[in-house]
Ligand binder design. Structure first.
Ligand SMILES: [Zn+2]
Length: 412
């Protein structure tokens, strides 16, 4: 049994026209924008035309499928909002593949009592700082956040939703109870270079990496760059540079092959060419799939920075601005997907996801599984995001068979 790749391709291309910008060839469907809502209505029309029931919940999540939702459902999906100047596959792939799987099951007359539904979640890309639709489904919203969330331009979530006819507080009623779900399956592009560079067809995702973010201050003394002798300085940049060189050692001694440490933002004060920098303020973002490893890596960063600060006569302070534990996918479901992929003969890798996905919230209320296909050159969140159609086809076939394997009629 195989999905119909031509139908899936036609749907993805049709959807990519909504919010398309001719100048930069990117897709603009930020959560609750007119284009985003147009895409949601288009999806509902497509699903209805194909003979499915559809509804939109109070958070803007669109559901499509058949069969009353009166027993544990298999839900497949992803999101259809985009970042500004996004590509055609991020999120949309998982949603249109879900519709394709439903249609393929119908084409082959698959009869089941298990409700099988698709979902296009709302505002996954975090315009308002969360993963709104999936959080609503997982019951992870609170009224205070819903009313205070706003985007980078100061537009409030509640106002953006009101402009589209929603009452934001209705999102609090969108939660699913765990007993309503049997499993959630998401197909997504990798958005990184690993599968593409290693020439692998499928990524079987173990879970979403945990991530911590620190804001570090190294404080020394601003001095005249000409009069202060080298051995009498408290140069904050030297401390930062020393730390950068220690990152590889910290990972080798305390991390795993899944550990990432990034210094992504740096500010030197006073930031003048002729002045020894008296202060370095920078971010450290650390990731791993194991929270104990994250802890070890964080401790190693702290010890290393303390030692460096002593050496350069600096004061070291840090503030932990976030600590998100790893979100493992269901081990049983992931093993099952892996077995499926093996049987289908695809080359694959068990891998973590370094990016966040709807799966991380759905995993809190049901067995969740995440499947990746390669991103050409690892590019995403950009107009030149691309995945080859044969990879799209493989991924959708894995989604199909992963869903089929969950039907009780197939022995589960
Ligand atoms: Zn995405």
């Amino acid at each position: 049994m195989q999905i119909n790749c031509e139908r899936l391709k036609a749907n993805l291309i049709e959807l990519s026209k909504i919010g398309y910008n001719e100048h930069d060839r990117g897709i603009y469907r930020p959560g609750f924008s007119d284009a985003d809502m147009q895409a949601r209505r288009w999806l509902q029309e497509q699903a209805q035309a194909a003979g499915y029931d559809t509804f939109m919940d109070g958070a803007g999540n669109v559901f499509f499928g058949r069969g009353e939702l009166n027993k544990p459902a298999i839900l497949m999906g992803s999101h259809i909002d985009s970042v500004p100047a996004g590509g055609i596959f991020d999120g949309s792939l998982g949603v249109m593949a879900a519709l394709e799987v439903l249609q393929t099951m119908d084409d082959h007359n698959v009869k089941t009592d298990t409700p099988v539904w698709g979902v296009a979640t709302a505002e996954e890309e975090g315009r308002f700082g969360g993963m709104f639709g999936a959080q609503a489904m997982a019951g992870k919203l609170n009224p205070d956040w819903v009313l205070s969330a706003h985007d980078a331009d100061g537009v409030y979530l509640k106002d953006a939703m009101a402009a589209q006819g929603f009452n934001a507080m209705d999102a609090l009623d969108a939660a699913w109870r765990p007993e309503q779900l049997k499993a959630y399956l998401e197909l997504h592009i990798e958005q990184g270079p690993v599968l593409f560079q290693e020439n692998l067809q499928i990524g079987v995702v173990d879970g979403i990496s945990g991530v911590f973010k620190w804001i570090v201050h190294l404080k020394g003394k601003a001095d005249h760059a000409g009069t202060a002798p080298m051995d009498m300085r408290s140069d904050a940049f030297m401390g930062l540079a020393d730390f950068a060189h220690e990152i590889e050692r910290i990972i080798a001694e305390n991390g795993t092959d899944k550990t990432r440490i990034t210094v992504g933002k740096v500010e030197l004060k006073p930031g003048y060419p002729h002045t020894v920098p008296g202060e370095a303020i920078f971010t450290i973002v650390g990731r791993d799939m194991d929270e104990a490893v994250m802890q070890e890596v964080a401790n190693a960063c702290r010890k290393t920075l303390s030692a460096i600060a002593r050496k350069h006569r600096l004061m070291f302070e840090y503030e932990q601005s976030s600590w998100l534990p790893p979100k493992p996918c269901s081990k049983a479901l992931t093993d099952q997907i892996e077995a499926q992929v093996k049987q289908m003969g695809y080359s694959y890798l068990r891998m973590p996801s370094g990016a966040g996905h709807d799966t991380q919230f759905l995993s809190e209320i049901t067995e969740a599984g995440l499947i990746f296909i390669p991103s050409v050159n690892g590019v995403s969140h950009a107009p030149d995001e691309w995945s080859h159609w044969h990879d799209v086809e493989n991924g959708a076939n894995v989604l199909l068979h992963a869903a089929m394997a969950l039907l009780p009629e197939n022995g589960k």
